[in-house]
Structures are given as structure tokens and as C-alpha cells.
Design a protein around this ligand. Structure first.
Ligand SMILES: NC(=O)c1ccc[n+]([C@@H]2O[C@H](COP(=O)([O-])OP(=O)(O)OC[C@H]3O[C@@H](n4cnc5c(N)ncnc54)[C@H](O)[C@@H]3O)[C@@H](O)[C@H]2O)c1
Length: 142
């Protein structure tokens, strides 16, 4: 198993804060929170200061241009999931996304195709998914 620590960016800092607290901080041997992104500067500054996260972006596209991000954790409102998942895949990132994953079967199929074409992982954020990621460690996500 690779020892690589994966760099995560959390997008959307409502329930995204819980992902930080319950998902990533207890697993710092596998994940590093490299950036946070939200439209709200207040949320960015509050959570950035709380957890010592320096990279705070309001621009999702700028986040996608960061070469050192491995995984985008999408915690934005549901209507934003599909465009952000597809943009993240196009940028070569793995994606984990809050439920509901997308809005239709057609979007799910396009997401699956995008994932396969780019050899990246997309997962819906049910607790079983986080557990599976944790169990799989870095080996499937490089
Ligand atoms: N809160 C829960 O208990 C809960 C439970 C299950 C699923 N979810 C899912 O989690 C997602 C988020 O829910 P929430 O309760 O955290 O909502 P929220 O409104 O509290 O937070 C969403 C955040 O996303 C930010 N945002 C919106 N558009 C953005 C964009 N384009 N780029 C960057 N940031 C953007 C907003 O500024 C806001 O801070 C939803 O899909 C919801 O269905 C939430």
C-alpha cells in the first residue's frame, strides 16, 4: 500500500465542516486538508482559522487549477453537484460528493463515463463510502 497522503479540498463549508472533523482530521495518516472553498468569505475565514487551513478560495475554478489537490470533496447544495463533479473530473481530480450525488440517471451515467475516461474515482458520501475510502487507503486513489 502506498504511503502517499492524499491532498483534499473541501468545497462547501456547512456539512463540509463535519467532513473535516469526522473524516479527515482523524485520518491524517491518509488525508491532508490542502484547501477549502466556499462562496462565503466568513465561513472560509472561520473554518480556516479553526483548523489552520491556509488555502481559502471563493473560486472553484481556481481550486481546480491547484496541481497538488488529489480529491475534491463536494459539499455544496445539490444543484451544484453535477457541474462540480464533472469539472473536477476534467481537472483530473478524484471526487467524493454529498448526497444526493446528482439529479438524474442521465447525469449519473455521464459522471460514470467521465470517471472511467479519466481513470478517477467518484463516490457518494454515505458513511459506508468514507469507511471504504479509509479502508482502501491510498492504494486506489493516486
Ligand atoms: N447538513 C446535513 O445534515 C446534510 C445531510 C445530508 C446531506 N447533506 C447534503 O450536503 C450538501 C450541503 O448541505 P449543507 O447542509 O452543508 O448546506 P449549507 O447551505 O449549510 O452549506 C452549503 C455551502 O456551500 C457553499 N456554496 C454554494 N455554492 C457554492 C459554489 N458554487 N462554490 C463553493 N461553495 C458553494 C455555500 O456558500 C454554503 O456555505 C447538500 O447537498 C445536502 O443535501 C447535508
Amino acid at each position: 500500500m502506498s504511503d502517499k497522503i492524499l491532498n483534499v479540498a473541501v468545497v462547501g463549508l456547512g456539512i463540509g465542516r463535519s467532513h473535516i472533523v469526522e473524516g479527515y482530521l482523524p485520518n491524517t495518516d491518509k488525508f491532508r486538508i490542502a484547501a477549502i472553498c466556499d462562496l462565503s468569505q466568513d465561513r472560509l475565514d472561520g473554518i480556516g482559522a479553526e483548523f489552520g487551513i491556509e488555502q481559502r478560495l471563493t473560486d472553484f475554478d481556481a481550486l481546480l487549477r491547484m496541481d497538488d489537490i488529489d480529491i475534491i470533496d463536494v459539499c455544496t447544495p445539490p444543484m451544484v453537484h453535477y457541474p462540480q463533479i464533472m469539472a473536477a473530473l476534467r481537472a483530473g481530480k478524484h471526487v467524493i460528493c454529498e448526497k444526493p450525488l446528482v439529479g438524474s440517471l442521465a447525469q449519473a451515467r455521464r459522471g460514470c463515463r467521465g470517471r472511467k475516461d479519466r481513470q478517477r474515482q467518484v463516490d457518494a458520501d454515505f458513511s459506508v463510502s468514507l469507511w471504504r475510502w479509509h479502508r482502501a487507503g491510498s492504494k486506489n486513489y493516486q
